[in-house]
Design a protein around this ligand. Structure first.
Ligand code: ATP
Length: 239
């Protein structure tokens, strides 16, 4: 995976590293490490799945890669810069958390929530509003622009967060269990959208989800958590 290929994006004489990690251990304290140290690098756009049983540490790994959690040990580079820095966040990183992780008392209209995807300084023009309207229609959210985000159902919240991520035009997109709250049509739509983002826009997608077995053909690589019954720490292997 680390060897550059003809699909890699070449920048100033070298291949772009979307994400790399060295001897990474994730967890919530030195006493409770969730994985054995592992290293890797992703240099090509694609859909990278993080899979494994409940509680093994998939979301923790995603949040650590993304810079929301500090590694227990080891290092992570996102867009060729060490995490966590504000610099990373402003450089085309988007995150779709689990819908129930978003503060339920978050009073903001659906449209204003989506607009946040472009950052606080962005000046919206007419064509940007058209883009939002089209995306809302594509994701069966027409007419919800002025509804409060916290009043939306779980699946609607997930779709709003997907639209917000899409309009941010990310280079790297992290998604935590987006399929769990979506019906089968929206699951298919999401996987098709992710595939288009990787192919047409060279986006690198990292996704945690238990429903990915149904979409194996879309996946570039699977990071799989595996552990023996008598062990608490997993090893992450490529499948
Ligand atoms: N904020 C936290 N503080 C301490 N421990 C945590 C915290 N969040 C999660 N954990 C623990 O870390 C372990 C891994 O949790 P994580 O959410 O990463 O698992 P997961 O593989 O994503 O699980 P699932 O498939 O059930 O969503 C679990 O034992 C969980 O109880």
């Amino acid at each position: 995976m680390s060897a550059p290929s003809k699909n890699s994006i070449e920048i100033v004489g070298k291949y772009m590293s979307y994400l790399s990690w060295n001897q990474l251990v994730v967890g919530y304290s030195h006493k409770k490490c969730l994985i054995n140290p592992f290293s890797g690098e992703v240099t090509q756009p694609g859909i990278y799945a993080i899979m494994g049983q409940n509680g093994c540490g998939k979301s923790t790994l995603l949040k650590t890669w993304l810079g929301l959690l500090r590694p227990v040990s080891g290092s992570v580079y996102l867009n060729d810069a060490p995490i966590p820095t504000e610099h990373n966040i402003s450089q085309g990183i988007a995150y779709v958390p689990q819908f129930h992780a978003v503060n339920r008392y978050f009073h903001i209209s659906v449209q204003d929530f989506i607009k946040q995807g472009r950052g606080p300084q962005y000046k919206f023009a007419e064509n940007d509003y058209h883009e939002i309207t089209n995306l809302l229609s594509e994701w069966q959210l027409s007419g919800y622009e002025n509804r409060s985000f916290h009043e939306m159902s779980g699946g609607q919240k997930t779709r709003v967060m997907i639209v917000r991520a899409i309009i941010s035009k990310p280079k790297i997109l992290f998604l935590d269990e987006p399929l769990a709250s979506l019906d089968i049509c929206c699951q298919q739509q999401l996987m098709d959208t992710l595939e288009e983002l990787t192919q047409a826009h060279k986006v690198c997608v990292f996704i945690v989800d238990h429903h990915l077995e149904n979409f194996k053909n879309y996946l570039t690589t699977r990071f799989y958590f595996t552990r023996k019954h008598d062990q608490e720490i997993s090893s992450v292997i490529l499948k």
